[in-house]
Every structure is written in C-alpha cells, then in structure tokens.
Write a protein that binds this ligand. Structure first.
Ligand code: VGL
Ligand code: ZN
Length: 208
C-alpha cells in the first residue's frame, strides 16, 4: 500500500500566519494534485496543535524573543512565535487544501512541556503518536511525504519514519515542500538522504 503524508499544511505556516514559511501556500495546488491524481491508497495529514501555553512559545519565557534559542524541560529549543494554537484559525488547514480524501489526521504538539516536530513522536522521543501504528495497520510499504516546514517538521517526520518503520520506503517530495531557512533546507535534504530517504518531485509521481 502506498501512503501520502502531508505535514502541517496549516494557515499558521502560510503567508499571513503566525509562523509563516516563505511561499508556504505555493505547495497547496501541488498537494491537491497528489491527493486527487496520485497513486495513493492512504492519505494522512499532520496538524501542529498546541495549547496556548506551549513551552516552545517565546511568550512563555520572560526575556525571550521569537527565534531566540531557549530551553524546554532542560533541552535546547528554538523559541517560536505563538502558532497553531488549538481551536484558532492559525491551526486550521489551509482553506484550499482538499481535505475530503484525507483518511487520518495526526495532531501533535499538545504536551506543553515538549515540542513535537515529527508527526511520529515528541522531540524527546518519550511519547509516540498513533501514526506509526496506523501506517502499519494499513500495511503501508511506501510513504511519500511533503509539506511545511522542510527543515523542521518534514525532516523530523521523514527521519522518524525511517527509524520507526524501517521496512517502509520513504520519499521526500521536494517541490511540494517549503522550509523556513534556505541553509536549513539544504542541510535537511542531505540529512534525509543520508538516512535513506529518496528525494523526488511531484512530476515523478504524477507521471507514473
Ligand atoms: C513547525 C516549528 C514549530 C513545522 C512546527 O511544522 O515545521 N516548525 N512548529
Ligand atoms: Zn509548532
């Protein structure tokens, strides 16, 4: 079975959102084509879903500004602007994303004491989400992923997919993803490649 994993295609990561990824909304039409015309048996979306007092928010750390380095539960952590707060428009999926064919939504980042870039587990790796179990139950053998942001949630999800589901082939769809920092994107792609993730473009998928 082939699965598509759409990472955090939410208002908060698109222009006008609280943690905008440059050009983030440009991926929505590509994601929709993959959803509607791609070869997928299973389509999953992750949703960054924070309580309003989440420890990754600079607002929770007196003296810190967004994008400073800080700490959460004793671990180094980028201090983010408040974003994707549960129940707000910022946390909703992009309004043009075709949600109709999404089989499973994995929310993440709900524990205020730890961040969760990956859709599979918290950054401290202490708690896992239901996503790996869901993909196993669906007998997924090939997982393609894309979304926002390449250098954070997409990368960590891809690396965890390789580590937690080593029997599954993982591909990163480059043109259906955008990142926060260009250098970070380059490094993320190399890190994914080194972990056994294939890099492809949506045209490779929609052509076959
Ligand atoms: C993300 C930073 C904080 C992401 C989520 O979706 O890449 N980045 N929360
Ligand atoms: Zn977040």
């Amino acid at each position: 079975m082939r699965a598509l994993l759409l990472i955090d295609i939410q208002n908060g990561f698109c222009p006008g959102g609280n943690l905008p990824v440059p050009d983030g909304d440009a991926i929505v039409p590509i994601a929709n084509r993959l959803i509607d015309e791609g070869p997928y048996d299973v389509i999953v979306a992750s949703q960054d879903w924070h309580p309003d007092n989440h420890g990754s928010f600079a607002s929770q750390h007196p003296g810190k500004k967004p994008f400073d380095m800080g700490e959460i539960s004793g671990q180094p952590q980028v201090m983010w602007p408040d974003h994707c707060v549960q129940g707000t428009a910022d946390a909703e999926f992009h309004p043009d994303l075709d949600l109709e064919h999404i089989d499973y939504i994995q929310q993440k980042g709900e524990n205020p004491a730890v961040d969760s870039y990956s859709a599979f587990r918290d950054n401290d790796q202490a708690a896992i989400t239901g996503l790996a179990g869901y993909l196993r139950a669906q007998q997924v053998t090939e997982l393609d992923l894309c979304g926002l942001a390449t250098d954070y949630c997409v990368k960590f999800s891809a690396l965890d997919a390789r580590e937690m589901l080593p029997e599954i082939k993982v591909r990163f769809i480059e043109d259906a993803s955008r990142g926060i920092d260009p250098q970070g994107v380059k490094a993320a792609i190399e890190e994914m490649r080194a972990a056994g993730v294939s890099i492809c473009r949506s045209t490779d998928i929609l052509a076959d």
